[in-house]
Design a binder for this molecule. Structure first.
Ligand SMILES: Cc1cc2nc3c(=O)[nH]c(=O)nc-3n(C[C@H](O)[C@H](O)[C@H](O)COP(=O)(O)OP(=O)(O)OC[C@H]3O[C@@H](n4cnc5c(N)ncnc54)[C@H](O)[C@@H]3O)c2cc1C
Ligand SMILES: NC(=O)c1ccc[n+]([C@@H]2O[C@H](COP(=O)([O-])OP(=O)(O)OC[C@H]3O[C@@H](n4cnc5c(N)ncnc54)[C@H](OP(=O)(O)O)[C@@H]3O)[C@@H](O)[C@H]2O)c1
Ligand code: SF4
Ligand code: SF4
Length: 560
């Protein structure tokens, strides 16, 4: 088994095109790619050339000889995938697709709103066409969306995808307008008047609610806010988090929902905090975690082990965590004996029989349990939980139904990790139930497009946004070729001046690079990858002294 895909895989498929023997699957276009939790290497076909490891932005593929003990389950995961899906029809060639070319000559200007993965993958795809220039706007002075403000600080391998984003933003034809909020500092109408296409990649900034009594008590927080807090999102630094035993005598945190975000929050709360000192976790949360009295984190899943929303790679990562006990509690329901073939259930069953080390903090994966009320007088003291059983609905989907039995779990802090939710975008249609902008494969109407979470909802990995953005860019190219996008009445000449008049703290590429350098400089001084700056004004000040971006003169010459 020469090379193996491991936990930090974000399914962007960079390795697939690099592999000379086409042994990494599912590949884009193959069944299962869109929903794959990770990709897998066929060890029987791999010739150990290492090309995939070079191409991988997240250091997720490694030679089997370098696997740590905790990573060993990934060997079986890679092998078992090909036992179920042999992909025998594969051609032993590197998959190089012919580059599409625009039929109409430009120049064309595209505004991308949101510098997260979807926005940057889209910009990269658009810039393969020399006729197109791209201006990327973000409301924060720093780019990369949830890669900076969502991905957990103990997942530094995953954050390495920022290096790829750094290459994308340094291409000719790319400009940043950071610290500029579309809908506030510039309107949709002003953008459509200047650009051939406006592409929204604004993500899903809000969270789903529980709507149970007591959900608004102090100590009841959304995971969206908590994640932003520990990751240094400037809007979330005032979050009232108290991890002391005085505030939470039970020393227990309850997390509702068992997706990957719940697992991230649980690891951060249960990890030995001195280990977080070598990550890019924000400074104030690090201080709180270093003095935390929390000993146990209970994750509530309303359905059973098979239905758990966390992915297998993340469960393997938690199960192999050297400093965290993991307990599995399925109550009276136990494990469904018919599910022995299911990898997730098998892993959970193995975990359930492990001994507990009292010296470590503990994460309890509890199943068949829904919160029905948050107890306390203005401040959380417990969560009332209903026990559930599963019943198949008309579509055959297992749904949680309360058995009528309830109990109260004592806690001083509840985190809702029940999913993100997209906000309405000014002047665009909005599906409030799904939290997305209604679209047809990324097209809202000719000239206006969406990609990423605002297009398909809050699911999928960083790399999922690459194929998603490619689909939307195809719609943009189709519409440019068909000549159905109205020619903008204005140009982007002088746009910087207009925006600076309204938002003097606008940050360009050079400004962002100055912030990045300063964060890394502060980090290097204390042995950390970076010390995040969380104050927007401080960021703007650092950015203001920066030199003009590379290729600025080329852009001026090209008139874009
Ligand atoms: C907590 C968490 C952890 C995750 N960890 C991982 C992981 O480890 N591995 C993995 O593969 N995937 C992970 N994911 C999933 C991954 O982060 C998402 O798939 C991805 O970030 C979605 O990309 P996006 O570009 O659609 O949205 P986002 O990343 O949210 O980017 C949207 C951007 O739009 C900007 N914006 C919003 N409104 C405006 C406006 N009006 N004007 C200008 N700018 C605006 C925002 O500031 C933001 O920068 C995680 C997700 C979460 C929530
Ligand atoms: N490391 C990584 O790769 C990583 C890390 C973080 C996030 N992500 C990705 O980002 C996306 C978002 O993750 P997420 O964890 O926010 O969402 P998610 O995967 O959709 O999980 C949401 C969880 O909340 C539960 N839930 C929803 N409503 C509930 C209610 N009213 N009561 C109780 N439980 C409720 C769901 O249960 P049901 O299943 O029963 O509905 C599910 O367990 C996912 O695609 C995830 O994989 C990836
Ligand atoms: S090591 Fe080479 S042959 Fe093996 S999966 Fe990677 S690219 Fe393919
Ligand atoms: S992160 Fe991308 S390149 Fe790396 S293993 Fe996963 S799909 Fe392949």
């Amino acid at each position: 088994m020469p090379h193996v895909v491991t936990q930090s895989c974000c399914s962007d498929a960079s390795c697939v095109v690099a592999c000379p023997v086409n042994c990494i699957h599912p590949a884009p276009g193959e069944p299962g790619f869109a929903t794959a939790e990770m990709l897998y290497v066929d060890g029987a076909a791999c010739v150990d050339c290492g090309a995939c490891a070079t191409a991988c932005p997240a250091d997720a593929i490694v030679p089997h000889t370098t696997l740590t003990e905790a990573q060993l389950p990934f060997v079986a995961l890679n092998t078992e995938y090909f036992e179920v899906f042999p992909h025998k029809d594969r051609t032993p060639l590197a998959l190089v697709h012919e580059q599409r070319r625009l039929k109409r000559s430009g120049p064309f200007r595209v505004a991308v709103i949101g510098a997260g993965p979807a926005g940057l993958y889209a910009a990269d795809e658009l810039l393969k066409h020399p006729e197109i220039s791209v201006d990327v706007f973000d409301r924060l002075p720093t780019p990369y969306g949830l890669v900076r403000a969502g991905v957990a600080p103990d997942h530094q391998h995953t954050k390495q995808v920022e290096k790829l984003f750094g290459q994308i933003e340094s291409q000719p034809g790319f400009r940043y307008f950071l610290g500029v909020e579309v809908g506030k500092d510039i309107s949709h109408a002003e953008l459509t008047a200047r650009y051939h296409a406006v592409l929204y990649t604004v993500g899903a900034a809000s969270d789903k609610r529980l709507d149970i009594p007591g959900d608004d008590h102090a100590g009841s927080l959304s995971a969206t806010d908590f994640v932003g807090w520990y990751n240094g999102h400037p809007d979330k630094q005032d979050l009232a988090v108290d991890l002391s035993a005085e505030a939470n005598p039970s020393r227990r945190v309850v997390i509702v929902g068992n997706g990957n975000v719940a697992l991230d929050c649980a690891r951060i709360l249960a990890e030995d905090p001195t280990r977080l000192e070598s990550t890019d976790i924000a400074t104030l949360p690090l201080g709180q975690l270093l003095t935390s009295d929390v000993r146990e984190v209970v994750i509530l899943g309303r359905r059973g082990p098979r239905e758990a929303a966390f992915t297998v790679p993340e469960l393997v990562g938690l199960a192999g965590h050297p400093r965290i006990n993991v307990l599995v509690d399925t109550g009276d329901e136990g494990f469904d004996e018919g599910t022995g073939d299911d990898v997730k259930t098998r892993l959970l069953r193995d975990l359930a029989s492990r001994p507990v080390d009292p010296a470590k903090r503990t994460v309890v994966l509890r199943f068949y349990a829904s919160p029905v009320a948050v107890h306390g007088e203005g401040k959380v003291t417990g969560v009332e939980v209903s026990r559930n059983r599963l019943v198949l609905d008309e579509q055959g989907v297992p749904r949680a139904v309360p058995t009528g039995e309830t109990e109260v779990i004592e806690t001083g802090m509840v985190l809702r990790a029940v999913g993100y939710h997209g906000l309405a975008v000014a002047d665009l249609p909005y599906d409030a139930t799904r939290g997305v902008v209604p679209n047809e494969r990324g097209r809202v109407l000719p000239g206006v497009y969406v990609a990423g979470w605002v297009k398909r909802g809050p699911t999928g990995f960083i790399g999922t946004n690459k194929s998603d953005a490619e689909e939307t860019v195809d719609r943009i190219l189709d519409d440019l070729d068909a000549g159905i996008i109205p020619e903008p009445v204005g140009t982007t000449h002088g746009l910087r001046g207009v925006i600076r008049g309204r938002q003097p703290g606008m940050v360009d590429l050079a400004g962002w690079q100055a912030i990045d350098r300063e964060e890394r400089r502060r980090g290097a001084a204390v042995g950390r990858p970076r010390v995040k700056i969380v104050d927007v004004e401080e960021m703007r000040q650092i950015a203001s002294g920066a030199r003009a971006p590379r290729y600025a003169s080329l852009r001026r010459w090209a008139g874009v």
